[in-house]
Design a protein around this ligand. Structure first.
Ligand SMILES: N=c1c2ncn([C@@H]3O[C@H](COP(=O)(O)OP(=O)(O)OP(=O)(O)O)[C@@H](O)[C@H]3O)c2ncn1[C@@H]1O[C@H](COP(=O)(O)O)[C@@H](O)[C@H]1O
Length: 113
């Protein structure tokens, strides 16, 4: 893909999320995502946790390439979790947009969760 065809971060997330959604009815023998859906939320949650730990470790002792790879793993598994929870990427980006310009220190004080 040339630079002029390069997709934005949001476009890539939308496309991969659409594929994840389409795997709901796929064969778990042929699709890793379908296999995760079949195994259910406990397995998906376990994968998100494992990948989060792996990226944390890579950020301290790994290379930049390893941090990028582990970041993609955690983001991908998080997206599978969103799909399983009925959450769209837009729900999360809307929340980030809502927080934009609000200091993390001020925002935390206003949380009711
Ligand atoms: N982005 C990804 C992606 N990133 C990581 N992975 C897979 O995540 C798995 C992680 O490996 P692990 O060893 O941690 O996990 P595991 O061995 O399967 O699980 P356990 O040992 O924990 O049971 C590997 O099989 C990776 O290939 C991904 N699998 C799929 N995608 C995207 O999802 C789309 C649909 O994938 P399928 O459903 O497999 O067609 C693909 O076209 C991609 O766009």
């Amino acid at each position: 893909m040339s630079d002029s065809q390069k997709l934005s971060a949001g476009e890539v997330i939308e496309r991969v999320f659409a594929v994840i959604q389409s795997r709901r009815t796929a064969d778990p023998e042929q699709s890793y995502v379908a296999k995760l859906f079949q195994r259910g939320m406990p397995k998906i949650a376990q994968k998100v946790g494992e990948e989060a730990v792996e990226v944390a470790i890579a950020s301290v002792s790994g290379t930049k390439e390893e941090v990028i790879g582990e970041s993609a793993d955690v983001l991908f598994h998080l997206m599978v979790m969103w799909a399983a929870q009925g959450i769209a990427p837009e729900d999360v980006t809307d929340e980030l947009a809502r927080r934009e310009g609000v200091s993390g220190i001020v925002e935390k004080k206003s949380r009711n969760w």
